[in-house]
Ligand binder design. Structure first.
Ligand SMILES: [Zn+2]
Length: 334
């Protein structure tokens, strides 16, 4: 695998090409709605799509679905200093340096003042709001007023992993574009290109088909060959949570949890399709003493932990407490 994968911060996935062309045509014919919502799970490429669209809207002479890279606007974009690209996210807390829980109303008020001014570069203005579901009630109401009477040449691109948390009135003002997992073959092909033909099997498996996570896993460059054996030992009660935490490096915690969840998930799937008990035992015998209800509980714990890894600063603590909770559920005879 090459040391560095190509930077695709604003490149879109090949399976989004048709959608992209459709959006470009709307921009070119000046028919793009003023409020868009890109929605879908994490790791599907919504943010890079949103950024590329914002750049396309700001370029002063876009051509054939690409920004020109030469106009003043494009130069400012490349330098990350374009005054008419306004990004709205939860602010960083000055004290603990962590992202705040929500987007406060003051942020939306500032946004309003900015968009009511004429575009500094004489073209469009684009507001990228992500994650849009982090707006609280007050900030959402403030944004709604803007969406109801959008200033000229201003586009709002909302990105949401959990669109159901947005106010219905906001939803009704936005044209929604949903993002889904690519089909298996398309993702595998893409991973092969990205990795220069290196082994993509574990990245594909652990990512569960989410391209953004698969790419992270490739970049992490961790040898995951020992994981299945260790996971098996853990669920058979031969490896404690603490021993696992000591044995693994910090960067290995998350893929290890993913490996655990995969095994539990496939055991559950087998038991659902073949009747409880019998098929679970077939899963390398690891879960032969596990009641289905316990497997379900364990899967929930692992699922929640996977979500927390992105945000959690103390990965070791999260890893130990997650495996610790699972350990308490291990059947006595395991
Ligand atoms: Zn340009």
């Amino acid at each position: 695998m090459p040391a560095e994968l190509p930077d695709d911060t604003a490149a879109i996935y090949p399976w989004h090409e048709n959608t992209w062309q459709r959006f470009c045509e709307l921009v070119d014919s000046q028919k793009l709605p003023h409020a868009l919502l890109l929605s879908g799970s994490r790791f599907l490429g919504k943010r890079q799509f949103a950024l590329k669209l914002a750049q396309y809207l700001l370029c002063l002479s876009p051509q054939n679905g690409e920004r020109c890279m030469q106009c003043k606007s494009c130069l400012l974009l490349s330098a990350n200093t374009h005054p008419d690209l306004i990004r709205v996210s939860p602010p960083i807390d000055k004290k603990d340096k962590k992202e705040k829980k929500d987007i406060p109303v003051d942020t939306i008020r500032e946004l309003k003042e900015t968009v009511l001014q004429t575009a500094q570069q004489g073209g469009n203005k684009v507001c990228l709001l992500q994650p849009a579901e982090k707006m609280n009630e007050n900030s959402a109401s403030a944004l709604l007023k803007l969406l109801e009477e959008p200033p000229a040449n201003t586009y709002f691109i909302l990105v949401a992993d959990e669109p159901h948390r947005l106010m219905p009135t906001i939803l009704s003002r936005c044209q929604q574009q949903s993002f889904y997992k690519p089909d298996k073959k398309a993702l595998q092909q893409w991973l092969e290109i990205m990795s220069g033909g290196a082994d993509i099997e574990s990245a594909f498996r652990l990512s569960r088909g989410f391209p953004g996570r698969a790419k992270q896993l490739l970049l992490e460059n961790i040898d995951k060959s020992q994981f299945p054996g260790l996971v098996q030992q853990f669920f058979q009660g031969e490896l404690t949570a603490l021993a696992a935490a000591t044995k693994l490096g910090v960067d290995e915690y998350r893929p290890f949890i993913e490996e655990c969840q995969l095994l539990v998930h496939s055991a559950l799937k087998n038991s659902a399709s073949n009747g409880a008990g019998a098929a679970i035992a077939a899963e390398t015998g690891v879960f032969r003493y596990y009641p289905g209800s316990v497997l379900l509980q364990i899967e929930t714990i692992l699922f929640n932990a996977r979500r927390q890894f992105e945000a959690n600063a103390n990965k070791r603590l999260l890893f130990e407490s997650t495996l610790g909770k699972c350990q308490q559920l291990l059947p006595k005879s395991a």
